[in-house]
Design a protein around this ligand. Structure first.
Ligand SMILES: Nc1ncnc2c1ncn2[C@@H]1O[C@H](COP(=O)(O)OP(=O)(O)OP(=O)(O)O)[C@@H](O)[C@H]1O
Length: 458
């Protein structure tokens, strides 16, 4: 029960608008000669949380500004609850859509509670004071965003992250069917990031329709029902996070090499960007010849082998790995990439069946990569079974692993060096694949092409 004698449930009802869809149809917009949005169409259903993702400059903010009514597009329409937001007064559109902008700095100094109370302005006469229900909704929004303890502080004296939550509170108080959020977690710490997106989900489950630009792809995958990937001003791909966050789509739209794996805790997609940009482009951006799809077998374990496997996967090379100790980082990654993996009991030393399966896998490989392979898995015995002339590449990072690094800075240096060693090795692997294939198509047997990557000397 609150001060005015109503229950909190009644307040919640008061602040929960009727569900309504957002419909963007054929929206185009240019800033002078710069065409930013080109015929963009999308629909966000009531009770749906859609994440807008895409590289810098893709047009996410511009699209959100057209949805909120702040920017009139050159062509196309945006409807919320079947009302064209550009065809009504700003007061009317403020009752349809609330905005959490990227830049939350305000050019005036009000107390936090007054800022949140501004969310009620579209609902009451400009000259009348806040009604009891307005006050109740404001208090509720402060509570929900955990900003009640800041309520009496001036907005320009709180941190950027706190301000972002206050602006979200204002948007909640506005009680609109649609919410537009531009990087709502950009200046939040990890705890508040999760808390804020949980809150958006809660608002959505109450019937609001939300669309948010989110740079953090892992968070977008975890919290959004659907993702819309914008690139070059158009919808490049849309669908569930697993439909949209694929290595290919991210390579095309972000020009990035990435590995997408399931998060071991949340199960949602986790995107790891790898150094090196688009492998299929030269320095001047011209595409080079793609690698020939062939089998590379990795003999190794741990993060070096996992790194090699990830890079091969993003290069589009069919890779297998093993024998590798069960539970090893490389084994886990191989499974999430659906690569062939032969896992062995780390204490059994490799059974006959394991050795025989590994021998077959090796024989199928056109190139063999040795990546920090370990004793005790029977790997050493396999070396004798390598077909003559099989191209091999060695990635050895153990000298670093064996050192006793004290500080985080040193550990970071180690990781960077290891990644560089792995990157360089994968280029060699790809080169070896090309050579092996070229020789094979000439009718020659594949040459031995051994390259040792000594990661100690960089
Ligand atoms: N008011 C403006 N005047 C001129 N150009 C603009 C304006 N606003 C945006 N742009 C340009 O439009 C393009 C898209 O910008 P926008 O902010 O929509 O991209 P974004 O996807 O949100 O980028 P980011 O991820 O960096 O926030 C950019 O090239 C930007 O420079």
């Amino acid at each position: 029960m609150n001060d005015d004698g109503r229950t909190l449930e009644a307040d919640a009802e008061l602040a929960t608008p009727e569900p309504a869809p957002i419909t963007v149809e054929n929206v185009s917009h240019a800033f002078d000669d710069l065409s930013v949005l080109e015929d963009v169409s999308l629909t966000v259903e009531p009770g749906e949380f859609v994440g807008l993702v895409g590289p810098n400059g893709a047009g996410k903010t511009t699209l959100l500004r057209t949805i909120s009514g702040a920017l009139e597009p050159d062509a196309g329409t945006v409807e919320i609850d079947e009302t064209d937001v550009h065809d009504v007064s700003s007061r009317a559109s403020s009752r349809l859509v609330a905005v959490v902008p990227q830049d939350t700095t305000l050019s005036f100094s009000f107390d936090v509670r007054d800022v949140v109370e501004m969310g009620r302005h579209p609902h009451r006469s400009r000259f009348s004071p806040p009604r009891p229900e307005d006050r109740a909704i404001v208090e509720q929004a402060l509570e929900r965003t955990r900003t009640a303890d800041l309520a009496d502080r001036p907005i320009d004296e709180i941190s950027g992250g706190q301000r972002q939550r206050v602006v979200l509170a204002r948007a909640i108080a506005q009680a609109t069917p649609a919410l537009v959020l531009d990087e709502p977690t950009a200046s939040l710490d990890i705890n508040h990031q999760v808390e804020t997106l949980e809150l958006v989900r809660e608002l959505v489950s109450e019937g609001r329709t939300a669309v948010a630009a989110i740079h953090d792809l892992d968070l977008a995958a975890r919290y959004c029902d659907r993702l819309v990937l914008l690139a070059d001003g158009d919808v490049y791909r849309e669908g569930t996070p697993s439909d949209v966050l694929t290595g290919d789509a991210l390579a095309e739209s972000f020009d990035a090499r990435t590995v997408v794996t399931p998060n071991p805790v949340t199960g949602s997609e986790t995107v790891t960007a790898l150094a090196g940009g688009d492998r299929n482009a030269t320095a001047d951006g011209e595409p080079t010849e793609p690698p020939l799809p062939d089998r590379v077998h990795v003999l190794g374990s741990g993060r070096a082998a996992a790194g090699v496997l990830a890079r091969l996967e993003t290069a589009g090379v069919d890779a297998s790995i093993g024998p590798v100790p069960a539970g090893d980082a490389a084994a886990e990654l191989a499974r999430s990439l659906a690569a062939d993996v032969l896992e062995v009991d780390p204490f059994a030393g490799g059974s006959d069946a394991d050795i025989s399966a590994a021998t077959d896998a090796i024989r199928e490989g056109d190139v063999i990569v040795f990546a920090d392979f370990v004793a005790g898995t029977g790997t050493a015995g396999l070396l004798e079974r390598l077909p003559d002339g099989t191209p091999t590449v060695v990635v050895e990072t153990r000298p670093f692993a064996d050192r006793n690094f004290a500080g985080a800075a040193a550990r970071e240096q180690y990781a960077t060096r290891r990644e560089r060693a792995v990157n360089a090795a994968v280029e060699d692997v790809l080169e070896a694949v090309r050579t092996a294939n070229a020789d094979r198509s000439d009718g020659q047997s594949p040459p031995q092409s051994t390259s040792a990557i000594d990661s100690t000397d960089d």
